[in-house]
Design a protein. Structure first.
Length: 307
């Protein structure tokens, strides 16, 4: 079973990040010197996936520009002998194939994934990565799921335990069988249940490996609760109709960068893990306790070389 394609739904309006997202895509929010979407693409490449189907809308041009050559900039950098500043992103562009599909109306995550139907083969398994969810771990989140999908020859979704009072912000799974401490077979799924109706505290966290059968389920349920077709409902439909669905407790730190606070935490968290920034950030954080430190902020020293 080869898994080489990823669907990246990037057509969200980013209402939790307004007014920033009024004219700029939230997927272009930076984490250190890379836009969030580049972290997602790098996670895929490290997982052996290099064929991307990005679901976008008319205000997401910046994504296409980012994954394209900028000859004018390259020429200027060449004159300054600074070409290496773009070498990382150029490698990514060379290694990847991007297809952009427009979602004309904001009809939900399930509808966005359905837009990719014609780019996925009939019996193919593919990844889905929600760019709001950044997962940091030595072994990329998607790669963790791919290993399980190949082992079980079935769809797998990433879950993490969340506090009971937070379940209503997520899709939540109901367990049929626990196979290992981290692996579960799923009996059903429910999108954003109330705390009292939640079947568990295992919440879906933005990474999926799905069978192309998901498209049949999306088309068959076809109901748009509150104007949206939910991916969770379609996975539930698959599970209820004889398809095996597994959930894997994905390893790593997960940040929800769809909100300002989540994004700030992600920047601090990723900076602390990065040797080029960690020292200065630690120093800065410790200085925050001493108010006079604000008089001199040595932030200019932070390197801008591509990491
Ligand atoms: C989406 C999914 C939800 C999942 C969440 C993870 O919800 O519908 O099942 O738990 O992402 O981030 P959203 O956050 O887009 O409302």
């Amino acid at each position: 079973m080869d898994i080489i394609k990823a669907v990246i739904p990037a057509a969200g309006l980013g209402t939790r990040f307004l007014p920033y997202t009024k004219s700029l895509p939230k997927e272009m929010l930076p984490l250190l010197n890379k836009p969030a979407i580049q972290h997602i693409v790098e996670e895929c490449l490290k997982s052996g996936v290099n064929n991307f189907i990005m679901i976008t809308n008319k205000s997401k041009y910046a994504l296409e520009e980012h994954f394209d050559y900028n000859l004018e900039l390259e020429l200027i950098l060449k004159e300054k002998d600074q070409e290496k500043l773009l070498s990382g992103i150029k490698k990514i562009i060379k290694a990847s194939r991007f297809t952009y599909v427009r979602q004309y109306e904001p009809l939900g995550l399930g509808h966005a994934v359905l837009m990719a139907k014609h780019s996925i083969g009939e019996k193919e398994y593919f990844g889905v990565l929600l760019p709001d969810d950044i997962i940091i771990h030595e072994q990329p989140g998607l790669d963790q799921l791919i290993k399980i999908a190949k082992q079980e020859k079935a769809s797998v979704i990433a879950v993490q335990e969340v506090p009971a009072e937070c379940v209503s912000a997520y899709g939540v799974i109901s367990i049929k069988k626990q196979l290992t401490p981290k692996l579960f077979q799923v009996s059903s799924l429910v999108e954003k249940p109330s705390q009292k109706d939640a079947p568990s505290n295992l919440a879906i966290v933005g990474r999926y490996v799905l069978s192309s059968k998901i498209f049949n389920s999306l088309e068959e349920i076809g109901t748009y609760a509150q104007g949206e077709l939910q991916l969770t409902d379609a996975i539930n439909h698959m599970a209820q109709n004889g398809e095996k669905v597994f959930a894997y407790k994905v390893q790593g730190t997960r940040y929800d960068i769809g909100t300002p606070i989540g994004w700030i935490k992600a920047i601090i968290g990723t900076a602390l893990q990065n040797p080029s920034y960690a020292g200065q950030i630690r120093e800065f954080l410790s200085e925050l306790d001493t108010p006079q430190s604000f008089m001199f902020n040595n932030s200019k020293n932070i390197s801008n070389k591509e990491l």
